[in-house]
Design a protein around this ligand. Sequence first.
Ligand SMILES: *Cc1c(COP(=O)(O)O)cnc(C)c1O
Length: 353
Amino acid sequence: MSIEQLARDNVRALTPYQSARRLGGKGDVWLNANEYPTAVPFELSQQTLNRYPECQPKAVIENYAAYAGVKPEQVLVSRGADEGIELLVRAFCEPGRDAVLFCPPTYGMYSVSAETIGVECRTVPAKADWQLDLPAIADSLTDVKVVYVCSPNNPTGQIINPQDFRTLLEMTRDKALVVADEAYIEFCPQATLAGWLAEYPNLVILRTLSKAFALAGLRCGFTLANEEVIALLMKVIAPYPLSTPVADIAAQALSAQGIAAMRQRVSQILDERQYLVEALRTIDCVEQVFDSETNYVLARIKASSSVFKSLWDQGIILRDQNKQPSLSGCLRITIGTREESQRVIDALKAETV
Ligand SMILES: *Cc1c(COP(=O)(O)O)cnc(C)c1O
């Protein structure tokens, strides 16, 4: 028997998540992973690397709870929001029996996590305006334990109607968790559902330090939920999910000063987004620029594959969304520095298609 044949069937069939990093490229303008464009410096204050870290570092949990306006018992910290996505499948879905549901076009890790564990992925395409198709979701909930809804949605950039979230939370009450993925919520903080936890025992919220907090390389994310859900996730999380240096830096990033600096960055990104969107709307090969509440914009481009390749060859790396349902011809562009936006604008202007 070959080693390949020893692996689980679903793992052999699996396509790993095509992360921006994995896709490679030799660029000098990286606008494909929704990262903050420049590095924020930190210094380590903990020198106790001989000791195991706390599983749920107290300072990180307390700071995040205060920032999010929830109780510390309602917060779980993990190795990025991606680990939160997976913990929810592991704790709530029986492989071969239960299912997760999500609404493409959306973030790719929901399917990767479920498929790795051997849990069915059920998809209900978003409506033409990328809002939830609630009647179709209602018809698809048999055996569904977790519904992932990204808001604002990656890669389309819009907020999911709060009233639709309420309808979904009611229709799944006592049956399934509704996971609001708020990875980009700092760019539209008024849209958070964190204030609804008291009303809905089945609501879960995912957050991250990777986007507005400019710490994608730190690998630190949060799950907000009622105590009962957090207690179940605590059963399946690794004993030491965060290293001491990660917890150290996360606590600093979540200090009053760290949060003020994050808000500064958000306001600068929003200015840059306006600049990029207005410029894109004047370019010939750009058919449509979709409104965004995030640090990226989605645009429909004429001959998008060749334009994508042409920019790639010039060292400008964007994210091709052409393969996602309803996104033919669409490229996603992260908001970078003014210089980076200008490189994109100039390169697109030079495309004559
Ligand atoms: C970036 C992203 C994540 C992952 O966040 P990490 O904390 O870096 O793992 C989760 N969900 C969405 C929608 C994202 O865009």
